[in-house]
Design a protein around this ligand. Structure first.
Ligand code: FAD
Length: 313
């Protein structure tokens, strides 16, 4: 069993697969530990009364996977052949891997605006996940940047914590579904600023993170400053699936399609878990949950294949 990705999905699959005797190999990719290694405080992963640190959680998960027998490879897969089993994959140094079952857990990265100030203030007021970080802005002023479903959902979610939510969109209408727009426009805690784009994320003195946004009017070019404590960039995610195009079925946004209620992809013996197949929840605990499912689905697939091989003899 080969697992691509060492975030919560891949490592949970590794823990279950190792304990089921499948001797999994985890190819870690360029971000060992996955997205949670890029954050600090994690307060919503069950099992910990106090706030824990994302990188620490992922070190523990990796140690747990290794402890039960999973093997880690510091490599990134650059080529796949899923046309027949055993599947054949190639790492970026030329190492060839073959496996009877493959678990894809390569995640999805948030899209960013690409400003230098945005990069500098990530984790210090700038975030791409309201579910993850909204709680840290209780009673504070926040802004959401974007105009699609994600942006509207993030704005609505943030009203659980903030009485002052501003949605900033560079056009004069939203792409989000009408029902979401209705809820947004009716909400007394949300206001919308149209035809504005973020020119700069402004930091405060000393250690203070984000304190304001400089907004440029997309029609007149005029720049105005608004005070905010948190800025949530919600312009979509990019699933890491280029490698699998033409090999497994992807949906219109590039996410791996699975049979609902399972982690089965369009290729028998290939399973997908975590953010790479989930554009709704995108949380560490849901990634871990589907990682568990992938290992169990793979184990059943192998057991059935063994049975059929025996029956054919
Ligand atoms: C800043 C930030 C803060 C967050 N805070 C929280 C939080 O507080 N609580 C919460 O529940 N969630 C949080 N999240 C979301 C959470 O991190 C993700 O939902 C979760 O990490 C998804 O897990 P995953 O295993 O599916 O993918 P990822 O964590 O994205 O891991 C993907 C893995 O795939 C590997 N990979 C990619 N391509 C290849 C390849 N070609 N070959 C081999 N390996 C490859 C990468 O190296 C990586 O190890 C946060 C996310 C971010 C960015």
């Amino acid at each position: 069993m080969l697992i691509l990705g060492s975030g919560p999905a891949g490592l949970t699959a590794a823990i279950y697969a190792a304990r089921a005797g499948m001797a999994p190999i985890v190819v870690q990719g360029i971000q060992p530990g996955g997205q949670l290694t890029t954050t600090t405080d994690v307060e919503n992963y069950p099992g910990f009364r106090d706030v824990i640190q994302g990188p620490w959680l992922m070190e523990e998960m990796q140690a747990q996977a290794e402890h039960v027998g999973a093997q880690m490879m510091w490599d990134t897969i650059v080529e796949v052949d899923l046309s027949r089993r055993p599947f054949r994959l190639i790492g970026d140094g030329g190492t060839v891997y073959s496996c009877d079952v493959l678990v894809i857990a390569t995640g999805a990265q948030a899209k960013w605006l690409g400003l230098e100030s945005e990069q500098r203030l990530r984790g210090q007021g700038v975030s791409a996940c309201a579910t993850c970080d909204g709680f840290f802005y209780r009673g504070k002023k926040v802004a959401v940047i974007g105009g699609g479903n994600t942006a509207v959902e993030e704005a609505l979610y943030l009203t659980n914590h903030s009485h002052d939510v501003t949605l900033i969109h560079r056009r004069d209408s939203l792409r989000a579904e009408k029902i979401l727009q209705k809820r947004l426009f009716a909400h007394p805690q949300i206001k919308v600023l149209w035809n504005k784009e973020v020119a700069e994320f402004v930091h405060g003195d000393g250690n203070r993170g984000l304190v304001a946004l400089d907004l440029k009017d997309t029609r007149s070019g005029a720049v105005e400053r608004i005070d905010v404590d948190g800025g949530f960039v919600a312009i979509g995610h990019h699933p890491a699936t280029e490698l699998f195009q033409g090999h497994v079925d992807l949906d219109e946004d590039g996410y791996i399609k699975v049979t609902p209620g399972t982690t089965n992809t369009s290729v028998p013996g290939v399973f997908a878990c975590g953010d790479v197949m989930d554009k709704i929840y995108r949380q560490a605990v849901t990634a871990a949950g589907t990682g568990c499912m992938a290992a169990l689905d793979a184990e059943r697939f192998l057991a059935e294949a063994d049975y059929e091989a025996l029956a054919a003899e």
